[in-house]
Design a protein around this ligand. Sequence first.
Ligand SMILES: CC(C)(COP(=O)(O)OP(=O)(O)OC[C@H]1O[C@@H](n2cnc3c(N)ncnc32)[C@H](O)[C@@H]1OP(=O)(O)O)[C@@H](O)C(=O)NCCC(=O)NCCS
Length: 137
Amino acid sequence: MGNDFNYKHKIPRISVFKKLFDSTGWNTVYHATETELKKSLRNSWFCISVYSKEKLIGFGRMLSDGCLYSILCDMIVLPEYRNMGIGTNILKRLIAKCKQENIKAIWLFAAKDKKDFYSKRGFEIRPDDRPGMYYKF
Ligand SMILES: CC(C)(COP(=O)(O)OP(=O)(O)OC[C@H]1O[C@@H](n2cnc3c(N)ncnc32)[C@H](O)[C@@H]1OP(=O)(O)O)[C@@H](O)C(=O)NCCC(=O)NCCS
């Protein structure tokens, strides 16, 4: 599914990406400007942008050291295009890139209610005695 859409290895136009990013509500926490979002995408290791004709409708990216570890970030599909397989297709492409580069492990922090999306696609929850952690500013 999702085959009518174009999946491109590219950074989208930032003004358009900001609208997609803002659609998640995350930016009520980060308050990221277009300049900051542009820097974050440029410093990413691998990005997938999804288009319906010319319209940006989905995105996902990997941060990585290019050798051992990758971190999955900013998986987003516009609400009206969800449940059509696009998120799965983005994830497949990001994982395929990591496999191709012989990355040893992919990490992510699931957003609210997205745990099952990732566990159905091969991700495991870390055990309680080896939890993922983060430092908030
Ligand atoms: C997480 C997110 C990217 C998933 O994108 P998506 O395009 O809806 O993902 P998919 O369509 O591949 O899969 C979602 C569900 O739709 C179902 N689905 C897939 N293709 C379908 C189709 N053709 N018809 C009906 N349902 C379908 C799948 O079964 C899937 O459910 P499952 O997880 O129980 O298997 C999207 O929900 C999103 O942008 N959320 C807001 C931002 C966010 O929280 N991102 C995650 C950060 S960790």
